[in-house]
Design a protein. Structure first.
Length: 84
């Protein structure tokens, strides 16, 4: 995830993301993870990466109010993308 964020010049953009104290483990066989790996230049990849990261965080802790607001906004944007 850190490499992906560096590649998209988003490293450090999200507080706590890429914290050396954290380890993000992804299932390489999951379709979303495979898509990100195979389509690194796709427009939606940064959004997918952040959404996957937030979902992983939510499984371990409560997001801050700002993080939750961004997550909900991004979720709505993703759903709108699906309608196009």
């Amino acid at each position: 995830m850190q490499d992906m964020m560096k590649m998209y010049s988003m490293y450090g953009m999200y507080p706590g993301m890429g914290d050396p104290e954290e380890t993000l483990v992804l299932n390489a066989k999951h379709p979303l993870v495979s898509y990100v790996s195979e389509h690194q230049d796709a427009e939606a990849v940064p959004v997918i990466c952040k959404q996957l990261y937030d979902l992983a965080l939510m499984s371990h802790k409560t997001l801050s109010p700002e993080e939750m607001t961004a997550f909900i906004r991004r979720s709505n944007d993703i759903m709108l993308m699906l309608t196009k």
